[in-house]
Design a protein around this ligand. Structure first.
Ligand code: 3MF
Ligand code: MG
Length: 345
C-alpha cells in the first residue's frame, strides 16, 4: 500500500443527513467523538471551521478565543492529530446573508474582515498557518445586485488585510462557481490565482481545488490541479465526485467517474504532491439513506478508491503510453487505459 500520502477531512463530513427538502435523519455526533474517529478511520489531520474550534466565536473575547483554541489543540494532540487548515465560517452568520467581503454594506465588509482575523487567531493557536477561503456567498443571485468590479476590489482588499494581519498566514482560495449563490466571483482556480497575483504578497496566496467544484464549472479537475501544480500553488485538495451539473453532491471519490479520479492521481503523482507533505483532503457526504452506525463509510471508501488508483497509476505501462503518443495512436492509448482500469488485460 502506498504509504506516502496523508489524509484529512473536515468534521462536517460526518453529518446528520439533512437536505434542503428534508430534516436530519441521524443523531448529531459530538465533536470530541468525531475526533476520536479520525485515527480509527485512517486519517491524520483535521480541517477546521473557526467555530468548530471555538463555538459561538463572535461572542468571545480575544483571550477567551485563544484559550479555547489552545484547549482544542490539546484535544487534538491527545488523539494524535494535527490541524491541516482553518476557515472562517462567514456564510452562516445572518450578517453575511448577501456575502461578507463583497457585501454592499461597508459595515458588513468590515465585520467579515474582523471575523477572518479571529479565525487566524484560532488557526495559529491550533498550530496552523494555512487558511482556506471558500468564498461561499461572495457572488450574486442577480447580476444587478452588486458591481463585479467593486466586488473584485473588495475581495482583494480582504485578502490584503488578512495578509497584513499575520505575517505567517498563507491563504488557499477554494473556488466554486455556484451554490449557494447563482454566480460566484471566484468560480475557478484561474480566478483564485489571479486574485492572489494581484495581492500585496502573491507568494502567500494559492489554492485548494475541490473535484466537485471544478466539475460544476464545466472543467476537468485534473487539468485544474495541473494548472495549480505548475504554479506551485496547489496547497490542498478536496477530493470527492459529482455526477454531472447538479447541486454540489460531494459523492465518494471516484464513485461517479473513475477515469477522472485516475487522471487526478496521475497529475498529483506527476506534480510531486505526496512529497510536498501536503494532505489529501476529502470533502464527502454520506448518503442520506445511511444509518448512523455506517455513516462514515464514504470516508474510508474514498480513501480505499484513492489508494487503489495510486497503485493503478504506479503500475501503468509508461513505455506503452510513450509509444502510443509517438505513433499518435490515441485509440490504442485509450483502450490501454481502459484495460488497465478494468483489469481486463
Ligand atoms: C462547499 C465546500 C465547503 C468548504 C469548506 C472549507 C463546507 O461546497 O466545499 O465545505 O470546503 O467550508 O472551507
Ligand atoms: Mg470543499
Amino acid at each position: 500500500m502506498p504509504a506516502d500520502y496523508r489524509f484529512s477531512f473536515g468534521p462536517w463530513n460526518i453529518s446528520e443527513g439533512g437536505d434542503p427538502f428534508g430534516p436530519t435523519v441521524r443523531p448529531t455526533v459530538a465533536f470530541a467523538d468525531k475526533l476520536a474517529l479520525y485515527k480509527k478511520l485512517g486519517f491524520e489531520a483535521v480541517q477546521f471551521h473557526d467555530d468548530d474550534a471555538v463555538p459561538d466565536i463572535e461572542s468571545k473575547s480575544p483571550g477567551q478565543i485563544e484559550r479555547e483554541a489552545k484547549e482544542m489543540k490539546k484535544l487534538l494532540k491527545g488523539e494524535g492529530l494535527v490541524c491541516e487548515l482553518f476557515a472562517p465560517r462567514l456564510w452562516e452568520d445572518p450578517r453575511g446573508v448577501d456575502g461578507g467581503f463583497t457585501a454592499n454594506d461597508p459595515a458588513v465588509r468590515k465585520w467579515a474582515i474582523e471575523r477572518s482575523k479571529k479565525s487566524i487567531d484560532v488557526g495559529h493557536a491550533l498550530g496552523c498557518n494555512l487558511m482556506v477561503l471558500w468564498l461561499a456567498r461572495e457572488g450574486t443571485y442577480i447580476r444587478e445586485s452588486k458591481n463585479s468590479i467593486d466586488s473584485t476590489k473588495h475581495l482583494l482588499d480582504a485578502v490584503n488585510k488578512i495578509l497584513d494581519y499575520s505575517k505567517k498566514v498563507i491563504i488557499a482560495i477554494e473556488p466554486k462557481p455556484n451554490e449557494p449563490m447563482d454566480q460566484a466571483y471566484i468560480p475557478t482556480i484561474g480566478h483564485a490565482l489571479a486574485l492572489g497575483m494581484m495581492s500585496k504578497d502573491p507568494r502567500r496566496v494559492g489554492g485548494l481545488i475541490e473535484v466537485a467544484h471544478s466539475l460544476l464549472a464545466g472543467l476537468d479537475p485534473s487539468d485544474d490541479m495541473g494548472f495549480a501544480l505548475a504554479a506551485n500553488k496547489l496547497w490542498s485538495v478536496h477530493l470527492n465526485d459529482q455526477n454531472g451539473l447538479k447541486y454540489d453532491q460531494d459523492k465518494s471519490f471516484g464513485s461517479s467517474n473513475l477515469r477522472h479520479a485516475w487522471n487526478i492521481i496521475r497529475v498529483l503523482e506527476a506534480g510531486g504532491y505526496p512529497k510536498s507533505g501536503r494532505y489529501i483532503g476529502l470533502d464527502v457526504k454520506a448518503m442520506r439513506t445511511q444509518k448512523a452506525d455506517v455513516a462514515h463509510k464514504h470516508l474510508v471508501n474514498s480513501k480505499e478508491i484513492f489508494l487503489a488508483l495510486v497503485e493503478k497509476v504506479r503500475t501503468w505501462d509508461t513505455k506503452f503510453e510513450k509509444q502510443c503518443i509517438a505513433n499518435r495512436d490515441y485509440e490504442e492509448l485509450e483502450i490501454g487505459v481502459m484495460r488497465h482500469l478494468m483489469g481486463s488485460r
